[in-house]
Design a protein around this ligand. Structure first.
Ligand code: NAD
Length: 428
């Protein structure tokens, strides 16, 4: 297996196997945790705007709920597969455990491309998805959230459908809702801000001042935008941003050596995180092929787009000045690339930790929704910072004590907690 073809579920299993070995887990425990506890695959019929019916494939995978109700995103993507969902559900189990929130790991999605669907068609997909799976979801069972190409609007349609089916208001059913309709202040920024809280701690650890650092970011959506914004507020400079160009069906990397003007760049970005090429050129950006984001002369790389982006094929292109890789996306680095990164002594902030801000804040949203009492934004972001920083410190301490790669240290803590919960419940 090499480069781009790494199956994400296989990748999640390889990562788990390495830590299962370290923890000396018995055979049954490994078998139990290498696979999801439950999987659902279903068809969603939708009457399209032209009057014809089209059938969409939907998924929900519940990897493990020993520590609490399942939690995890819903992704709309044309290349969605059950294996991507399995991997994301498994990563979610570890992520909730490593930041110590009382939730399990789930994930779901629909094979579709919202770029080519009207809002009405997307609404029907959301409602259809909930109708197919509503019996196996709920505030105390499994709580969905947004992911790639799904937004607060999609979450609200899903909530509305669920509440119609149940005949009661259950705002804790889903997170990532609009503020004012059960959403939490700070949720929009949470994942990207969490990435930067972790970068801030890593810079302290390495003794580097943020003002002296530059970053290259892949992805300029829900995660990439707030990450780039807060990183610049911290004093660093984002010199390049890569994203997908729907019109040209390829990715581009937009570079400005003096640093991006965040507000101006957001102004020429669509709601899918696609930057308008012509308008970016007019703003003085150099346009490079999408892959160029990885070879920039920067101290920090922030992959915040998709899985499988730093692979055996391109890991050697990482510039010698890179000191930190912060995984805003889920699974952007393959195990083969991990080996090279570890050898080069680059400080990796693994996805389990780096992008956990999203699920931490989703958890806060769920708590607020269930109480029907909402916190101020500063309170939400303050609590987020505390959670991120303490999880970061715990992982770094363990990595130092046992001489582990950061990913393995994060896995070690997470898997041990999940195993303990399964054992305490008498499951294994
Ligand atoms: P998004 O749809 O808002 O943005 C995705 C961005 O990636 C867009 O800018 C898009 O143009 C870009 N992109 C897509 N394909 C690309 C490619 N091949 N090359 C370069 N750029 C490409 O998605 P998001 O919510 O920001 O999620 C990004 C990643 O972060 C995913 O891996 C997701 O699972 C993970 N994540 C998201 C959250 C969250 O709260 N949204 C939380 C945790 C993890």
């Amino acid at each position: 297996m090499s480069g781009k073809s790494f199956n994400p579920f296989r990748m999640a299993q390889v990562q788990f196997d390495q830590v299962a070995e370290l923890l000396e887990l018995d055979e049954a425990t490994r078998d139990f945790l290498r696979y999801p506890m439950r999987e659902y695959q279903f068809s969603i019929p939708v009457r399209m705007d032209d009057g014809r019916f089209r059938i969409f494939r939907g998924f929900r995978v519940q990897h493990n709920d020993a520590r609490g109700p399942g939690k995890g995103g819903i992704r709309f993507h044309p290349q969605e597969t059950i294996d991507i969902i399995r991997a994301l559900a498994m990563w979610m189990t570890w992520k909730c455990a490593v930041v110590d929130i009382p939730l399990g790991g789930s994930n779901g999605g629909v094979v579709c491309d919202p770029h080519n669907l009207s809002m009405k068609e997307q609404e029907q997909i959301c409602r259809g998805w909930v109708r197919q799976i509503s019996r196996d979801l709920g505030p105390l069972v499994d709580v969905p959230a947004p992911d790639v190409m799904t937004s607060s609007q999609h979450m609200l349609w899903m909530l509305d459908e669920f509440e119609s089916i149940r005949g009661q208001k259950t705002p804790g059913f889903i997170t990532g809702k609009p503020v004012g309709l059960g959403g939490s202040l700070g949720r929009k920024e949470a994942t990207g801000f969490g990435v930067v809280f972790a970068i801030r701690e890593a810079l302290k650890e390495l003794g580097i001042r943020p003002e002296l650092t530059r970053a290259s970011v892949q992805g300029f959506g829900n995660v990439g935008q707030p990450a780039a914004n807060l990183f610049q507020q911290l004093g660093g400079k984002v010199i390049s941003v890569a994203c997908w160009d729907q019109k040209d069906q390829t990715s581009y990397c937009f570079r400005k050596d003096s640093g991006i003007d965040f507000d101006a760049l957001v102004n020429v970005t669509d709601h899918f995180g696609g930057i308008n090429k012509e308008r970016a050129i007019a703003l003085g950006y150099e346009v490079l092929p999408g892959e160029a984001w990885i070879e920039q002369n920067v101290e920090i790389l922030i992959p915040a787009a998709m899985e499988n982006q730093i692979t055996a094929d391109n890991v050697s292109k990482i510039h010698r000045n890179v000191k930190i890789i912060a995984e805003g996306a889920n699974g952007p680095v393959t195990p083969e690339a991990d080996e090279v990164i570890a050898k080069r002594n680059i400080f990796l902030i693994p996805d389990l930790l780096a992008n956990a801000g999203g699920v931490i804040c989703s958890y806060f949203e769920q708590v607020q929704s269930n109480m029907n009492y909402y916190w101020e934004k500063d309170e939400v972001l303050g609590k987020l910072d505390v959670k991120m920083t303490s999880a970061f410190n715990e992982i770094v301490q363990l990595a130092k004590k046992k001489g582990l790669y950061m990913r393995d240290a994060a896995y070690y803590i997470a898997v041990a907690r999940v195993v303990q919960a399964c054992k305490d419940r008498g499951w294994i």
